[in-house]
Write a protein that binds this ligand. Structure first.
Ligand code: MTE
Ligand code: MO
Length: 216
């Protein structure tokens, strides 16, 4: 117990020195689970992923088709708005920029925002520029294994900071929807579930954009 405590403090000091601990955050070695509602049932036989809204052509992929899209492994530090941060987490999945570059999807020029649609009608909003950066992944695997049910199996959005890099696209973890089923591209920003509950539309980590600003 005491050893774990010392170990945690030491690691926290280390990432702080390296400039990887955002303001107001503290290091955890666990992987907390945070969501509203219950973990959905899944059936990979009927699972689909839909890309719609301001795209040249709407797409629907089944699980097999989805898994043939180009894949990457990314190591990120993830930061939850409830103030825990987890460092050097390894994710495998798909970069949306690869889908554009490879011609799998084509956005209309007006598409500036995206709504991630999850099971049970849960939504998250993000600017397209954030989704296209190297620190956002449509993830199927964590730590070399398929996601656990609690963490979004079979597919989730995940966003964090690439170790050693500070980018405008570094946002809190809630900007990645678990149990993700589709992306809707839009011209205007539209508040998602937590955003309607008072969380920030933009959620920048280094500026501590945790809650919606009121009045201005
Ligand atoms: N579908 C869905 N995705 C969600 C949420 C949710 O309530 N429903 N919560 C978000 C929040 S607030 C956080 S902090 C992260 C937590 O991811 P984790 O449970 O894997 O740690 O998921 C995000 N994605
Ligand atoms: Mo959260």
């Amino acid at each position: 117990m005491l050893k774990d405590f010392m170990d945690r403090r030491q690691k926290e000091e280390e990432v702080k020195r390296e400039g990887r601990l955002p303001p107001g955050q503290s290091l955890t070695q666990k992987f907390p689970v945070l969501h509203y509602g219950s973990v959905p049932n899944y059936n990979l036989k009927t699972w689909t992923f839909r890309v719609f809204g301001l795209v040249e052509e709407e797409k629907t992929w089944n699980w097999d088709e989805f898994n043939k899209l180009p894949r990457h492994t990314v190591t990120m530090d993830i930061h939850c708005v409830t103030r825990w941060s987890k460092f050097d987490t390894e994710w495998e999945g798909i970069h949306i920029k690869d889908l554009l570059d490879g011609g799998f999807i084509k956005l209309k020029p007006e598409a500036q925002f995206c709504v991630q649609h999850c099971e049970y009608g849960f939504t998250v909003n993000t600017p397209v520029s954030v989704l296209l950066s190297d620190n956002f992944l449509l993830a199927t695997h964590f730590d070399g294994k398929p996601l656990e049910g609690d963490h979004g199996y079979p597919l989730r959005g995940v966003i964090g900071a690439i170790p050693g890099k500070h980018q405008d696209s570094d946002r809190y973890l809630w900007k990645g929807g678990k149990w993700l089923r589709g992306l809707e591209f839009k011209a205007e920003d539209q508040a998602g579930f937590w955003e309607q509950a008072g969380y920030s539309m933009s959620a920048r980590i280094w500026d501590e954009e945790r809650y919606a600003r009121r009045g201005w």
